[in-house]
Design a protein around this ligand. Structure first.
Ligand code: ZN
Ligand code: MN
Length: 143
């Protein structure tokens, strides 16, 4: 079991959250996935292995993981939310054709926050940035 998963399981246990096989599977799937899955995608990937799994169970667990600070909910556009268990500082490139979300790293743009503070008087504690375009797979289909 990888360290991050182990740590997350221990954190949940210390908060009194019981670790069921389904809960573990959902958490593991999220931590292994690079694709920022929707709740439905998680359900479809795991339901063949867990016959009693329901979409509602997936949603309830996602909510629990978000409240525990283990998962981020991504709400881009009007499509259903996607979920990211990678909490490191990173940004997302979003394909306008297929909806793929790909991670990229860039030093956090702190001067934007300082500028916003200076101009608005707000105490700024974060920012959100994503870039939009066409992914390589969709671009090659267009060519
Ligand atoms: Zn695409
Ligand atoms: Mn990400």
């Amino acid at each position: 079991m990888d360290d991050r998963l182990q740590q997350a399981v221990e954190q949940l246990r210390s908060e009194g959250v019981r670790m069921t096989p389904q809960r573990y599977a959902i958490l593991e799937y999220l931590m292994k996935s690079k694709r920022h899955p929707t709740a439905d995608e998680i359900y479809r990937a795991l339901s063949p292995h867990y016959s009693s799994l329901s979409v509602a169970t997936v949603y309830n667990n996602l909510k629990l993981f978000i409240e525990a600070g283990l998962v981020r909910e991504l709400t881009y556009g009007d499509d259903s939310s996607r979920f990211d268990a990678d909490l490191s500082d990173h940004y997302h490139a979003i394909c306008e054709k297929c909806g793929a979300i790909v991670d990229f790293e860039h030093p956090p743009i702190h001067e934007v926050e300082r500028e916003a503070e200076a101009r608005t008087g707000f105490r700024i504690h974060g920012h959100r940035l994503e870039v939009y375009g066409i992914c390589p797979a969709c671009a090659s289909m267009q060519a």
